[in-house]
Design a protein around this ligand. Structure first.
Ligand SMILES: [Zn+2]
Length: 295
């Protein structure tokens, strides 16, 4: 893992492909958000809506110690053979020129495969990605197979020394996450989930404290696919198949340029896990199980 992280960091340092940085690290986490004031506003535009009138309100975890943003890593290990595939739609704030030059940060083929195989999935989307691909963002949002969660606006790191990613200042942490929700709404994504995945999975108590007012649940993961910059789909698939346990959250990417083998790996992973008796679920279902288990 150290080797992979070092490799990833060096790639980032070269500026080769910042979008996938952090995907290799065990720390790369996906954090689900709990519904906070802004999320509730988004989900319930009608002023008359009350919590009891919105049964579809996403499950979230209770705040952590001292009111910190809660962190979710995986679902219950004894709740059945469920697994959540998550896909980070990375795009860094300064990559617009590369997109304009033809580099593709989306992966329609992967999305088509997930639809064909009927795999419920959670997409952690950056606000910048939603701006670049509004039609795709809206299509995902309107498809009940998917749920969209927040991966920041800029894909800047929330701690120093995170795989070479540019670091966002403390004062901008909250606004960057809120800016992503705003970008989603502008793209036509009306009901983004109150879950947040830190870029690179890098966070500390300060970051968790800064995001408390946003009301999100941070979502990490327990299975690293290693799909960022990978060209060997079989190796990615094997790493996932070796790591998945009941309740697992798998981190992958839906950015063609930075994760070119992911679609092929998914075609191996999905039937194999189903043969083993696993059922694919969205992160919200695992969080609901976790929250329910905690009573
Ligand atoms: Zn990312």
């Amino acid at each position: 893992m150290i080797t992979r992280r070092a490799w990833s960091a060096s790639l980032c340092a070269l500026g080769a492909a910042l979008v996938g940085c952090g995907a290799h690290g065990a720390q790369d986490a996906g954090l689900p958000e709990r519904p906070g004031p802004s999320a509730a506003t988004t989900a319930s535009p009608a002023s008359t809506a009350s919590p009891s009138a919105t049964p579809s309100r996403p499950p979230t975890l209770a705040p952590g110690p001292a009111g910190l943003t809660p962190v979710f890593t995986n679902g219950p290990r004894t709740g059945g053979k469920t697994v959540a595939l998550t896909f980070d739609a990375d795009m860094t704030a300064d990559q617009g020129s590369r997109a304009a030059a033809g580099e593709r940060f989306d992966n329609p083929e992967l999305v088509a495969t997930l639809r064909r195989l009927k795999v419920p999935s959670t997409v952690f989307m950056t606000g910048r990605w939603a701006e670049e691909y509004p039609d795709e963002a809206r299509s995902l949002a309107q498809d009940p197979l998917f749920e969209i969660a927040n991966h920041s606006y800029s894909h800047y790191a929330f701690t120093p020394d995170c795989y070479g990613l540019p670091t966002i200042g403390t004062a901008r942490m909250r606004s960057d996450v809120e800016r992503a929700f705003t970008a989603f709404r502008k793209a036509g994504v009306a009901h983004a989930m109150p879950y947040f995945r830190f870029p690179g999975g890098c966070y500390d108590d300060r970051a968790l404290r800064e995001l408390t007012p946003v009301g999100v649940t941070a979502v990490q993961w327990d299975v690293v696919s290693g799909d960022a910059f990978a060209t060997d789909a079989d190796a990615v698939a094997q790493q996932v198949l070796d790591g998945v346990r009941p309740g697992s959250v798998v981190v992958m990417h839906c950015t063609r340029s930075a994760a070119p083998a992911t679609e092929k790996a998914v075609r191996t992973i999905v039937p194999e896990l189903r043969d083993r008796g696993f059922r694919f679920v969205k992160v919200s279902e695992l969080i609901g199980e976790e929250a329910g288990g905690r009573g």
